[in-house]
Design a binder for this molecule. Structure first.
Ligand code: FHN
Length: 433
């Protein structure tokens, strides 16, 4: 009897120790993180049946649409003009290296073929084609990595209960089984990580709806890493990263800032970083949203993100017919012209030796330091001391050497007199000695 008790005790100790074991990312995962940090620029896509209404992806909540009424929408979703390759080539020519697409947003509707529900593209639309499959195939063909957004929050599923801060007015019964919901979520994630080839990572959102709930994150995160060890997990919970996560994102903000209002409780961790921003104001297609950001503003966002050692994930919300609106296409083209000329100063870099300043940021790679001047109105430009001596200061665009002098406070550079002051970014290439 004593022996048996001792054996049970040992087994419990082992089980407990392995559960408490800290998450160790695999070699593939660490390599993927490096790739991701080098990639710097991705396209975010918010697309769902809500696009039919042309309001935005929160319409179910903001207009208090109940579940039965909302269920009428998918019948109108028939994106006959959708061409996954067209989107991917558009992203690619803008200089984007990966795509993150919504597989399921808060309305719970699966844009992929889910065998676990009929609340999906195959069963509820006349279109009946798996969007994620088409995206996965086109991404593979054109060498773009695919990341999948998945909303943990669900306004449609009855077992998403007790409900959180949102989704109260959808007419669901006042009961449900949370464990069933978690099984459903893990089941859908298994589908996503099994049926679409190699995935870059999972972009979670919606945890914030039920902050006090036991989400059993460890189980979900282990499942993902078991199915695809390289897959990076990030969660837009607006807090410091949780164990098991592989990257950290910031919504409508650069890391450490809180201009967008979502990052008040966020702390910048040690994982690869990503700043996500919209091209206008809304994430999902919105007919009335005309708050278009200029190409200059977005180029500067990309450059600043790199200077903050972060990626930039720029969002489009495609229209219900499957096209990306012309205003966005035009802006992406201008961004693409810029990345073609200046991409070298961004891709493969990490945040530079001088922390972000009011005039701009710095990036660095191998033996080069890039100084990105975005706001400076005179010809004498001064930057603070960087370690080591400076061999040359070159205007990155013209490749002309610029006169400079260094003292104990920093370096003074003579910028070309006729430079274009309205330019998004004037780049100096510094070669240290
Ligand atoms: O509620 C969502 C919103 O619709 C959108 O998906 C953004 C993207 O960062 N995140 C959520 C809010 O935190």
């Amino acid at each position: 009897m004593k022996k048996l008790t001792f054996l049970i005790f040992i087994l419990l100790v082992i089980a407990n120790a392995s559960f408490a074991q800290e998450y160790q990312p695999t070699k593939e995962n660490l390599e993927n993180r490096e790739w991701y940090q080098d990639a710097k620029f991705g396209m975010f896509i918010h697309w769902g049946v809500y696009s039919v209404l042309g309001v935005h992806e929160w319409v179910m909540e903001t207009q208090s649409i109940n579940k039965d009424t909302y269920e009428k929408i998918p019948a109108f979703f028939n994106p006959t003009e959708f061409d996954a390759e067209e989107w991917i080539l558009m992203a690619k020519s803008a200089g984007m290296k990966y795509i993150t697409i919504t597989t399921k947003h808060h309305d719970g509707f699966a844009m992929f073929d889910s065998k676990l529900t009929d609340w999906d593209i195959m069963d509820r639309t006349v279109y009946k084609k798996d969007i994620i499959k088409q995206m996965a195939e086109a991404c593979k063909k054109h060498g773009i990595k695919l990341y999948l957004y998945y909303s943990q929050l669900d306004w449609h599923h009855n077992d998403y209960y007790p409900r959180g801060d949102t989704g109260q007015k959808t007419g669901r019964p006042d009961n449900g089984n949370w464990e069933n919901y978690l099984d459903y979520m893990n089941g859908q994630l298994t589908e996503l990580l099994t049926n679409y080839g190699e995935i870059g990572g999972i972009w979670f959102d919606g945890w914030w709806d039920k902050k006090e709930t036991d989400w059993q994150l460890r189980k979900t995160y282990d499942l993902i890493h078991e199915l695809q060890p390289q897959a990076m997990i990030g969660s837009n919970h607006h807090q410091a990263p949780n164990p098991g996560e592989d990257f950290q994102m910031f919504e409508k903000d650069l890391p450490g800032e809180n201009k967008g209002g979502y990052s008040g409780d966020s702390e910048v961790g040690n994982l690869p970083l990503e700043a996500a921003e919209t091209m206008a104001h809304r994430w999902g297609f919105s007919l009335q949203d005309k708050a278009y950001k200029s190409s200059k503003e977005l180029i500067q966002y990309l450059v600043k993100a790199a200077g903050y050692n972060s990626n930039f994930l720029l969002n489009v919300g495609p229209m219900p017919n499957g096209k990306i609106q012309p205003e966005f296409v035009k802006t992406l083209k201008v961004i693409g012209d810029w990345t073609e000329k200046y991409g070298e100063t961004i891709y493969g870099t990490r945040g530079g030796p001088i922390s972000p300043q009011s005039w701009g940021v710095t990036t660095q790679k191998e033996d080069k330091i890039y100084i990105h001047i975005m706001d400076w109105k005179t010809n004498n430009f001064f930057f603070p001391t960087i370690e080591g001596n400076i061999k040359s200061v070159v205007d990155f665009q013209s490749k002309k050497k610029l006169k400079h002098s260094t003292n104990s406070f920093g370096t003074l550079v003579e910028l070309p007199e006729n430079r274009d002051y309205g330019k998004a970014d004037f780049v100096l290439e510094i070669t240290p000695k």
